[in-house]
Design a protein around this ligand. Structure first.
Ligand code: FAD
Length: 332
């Protein structure tokens, strides 16, 4: 990913798309068709494939990652969590990723360690990942130790805090900062953020990282996470789960049309496009601005947004350039 970012023309913006593995074969077939269309029409710089906490989707995540990397020729990043699962699963996932030609891992913690519960479920204690991996940084260090620089490693960051007293974990950008610094020092190659709608909070957060006295965030790609609005209900649910604040002005625009699904989608596309344009207008510290879209495996909203914001790169194949890499290997 970082090589591909560095190879972009000066000042060029890029975007990436996140997908999760469908539960059924039918769902997989539908997503495959959609992915083929999106790869050809949108040409993302890379795609990411989620990993179910505790390894719950291991086989399906690898199957989807294989489709993306091998069949569609997309630069693929596999998410990988490190707690609450058999440690050998981490080694197997990294080996399989390697065998598939995947060079990018988003190193995550997953849910907080729950050792006792897992032991009760019969997980062999010596293979309990919670002994070795308590936080994402343990996985970053492990990947760098075992695989040196074979993998380009990304880490998660959270631009917004929350004051939800019922939530078991603290979330606060300042509280997290020392740990994010450690992740960067351990060799993280890029940072990808939690979804947000509050652009001012994001800009403040990004400036805090870029200007940090340690200098560790000076050049590292920081990729803001954005979620296209698919429906009013999904939006309210995901903002609650992710603790992303919905600014009053956006909420009012969506509230005004909340009974009309098509209108919500249209307003959502306007809102997301405005967020991209707003961030695009500020200097990112590095020479390339990137945007990561949580697609929820859906095609339309994100397609409208990247098109409207002129994020789709030229089709090098169509221009007769033999060096096309993004859709290399696809039927396109
Ligand atoms: P960490 O960096 O380990 O941080 C977790 C918490 O621990 C933070 O509060 C931090 O401040 C604290 N902390 C860190 N290190 C220390 C330390 N040494 N001492 C004390 N406290 C410490 N989850 C999935 O299950 N599957 C996915 O595919 C997935 N994809 C994601 C993609 C993105 C872009 C993001 C932002 C999140 C994703 N998540 C995913 C969710 C993620 O697993 C959770 O948010 C998790 O609770 C924290 O993961 P982390 O990697 O940020 O953890």
């Amino acid at each position: 990913i970082t090589d591909r970012i560095a190879a972009l023309p000066p000042g060029a913006a890029y975007f990436s798309l996140e997908f999760f593995p469908p539960k059924t074969q039918m769902g997989f077939a539908n997503l495959q068709a959609r992915l083929e269309r999106m790869a050809r029409a949108l040409r993302p710089l890379f795609v990411t494939v989620t990993w179910g906490a505790g390894g719950s989707t291991a086989a399906k995540s690898l199957e989807l990652a294989e489709l993306c990397q091998r069949q569609l020729g997309l630069t693929t990043c596999l998410h990988l969590t490190c707690t609450n699962m058999d440690r050998t699963l981490i080694d197997e996932a990294l080996e399989q990723a390697k065998a598939l030609g995947i060079r990018n891992i988003l190193a995550l913690r997953g849910d907080p360690p729950r050792s006792e519960e897992y032991r009760e479920e019969g997980l062999a204690a010596e293979n309990d990942s919670n002994r070795e991996f308590q936080w994402a940084i343990d996985l970053v260090r492990y990947i760098k130790k075992q695989h040196r620089n074979y993998f380009c490693v990304g880490v998660a960051a959270y631009p917004e805090g929350h004051s939800d007293q019922s939530h078991p974990e603290h979330q606060d950008p300042l509280f997290d900062l020392p740990f994010l610094i450690e992740k960067a020092k351990a060799g993280a190659d890029f940072i990808m953020t939690q979804l947000f709608f509050d652009v001012e909070a994001y800009k403040k957060y990004e400036a805090m990282l870029r200007n940090h006295e340690s200098g560790v965030f000076k050049d590292i790609p920081i990729i803001p996470g954005l979620m296209p609005i698919q429906s009013y209900q999904i939006l309210r649910r995901t903002t609650k789960l992710s603790h992303a604040k919905l600014p009053q002005e956006m909420l009012a625009r969506l509230d005004a049309v909340k009974g009309d699904d098509e209108a919500v989608k249209r307003v959502g596309i306007d809102i997301l496009s405005e967020i991209v344009e707003d961030i695009q207008a500020t200097s990112g510290g590095g020479s390339h601005r990137g945007y990561h879209f949580y697609t929820l495996n859906l095609e339309k909203a994100v397609s409208h947004i990247v098109e409207r914001c002129s994020l789709i790169p030229p089709d090098e194949e169509e221009e007769g350039n033999d060096e096309a890499v993004i859709v290399d290997g696809s039927s396109g």
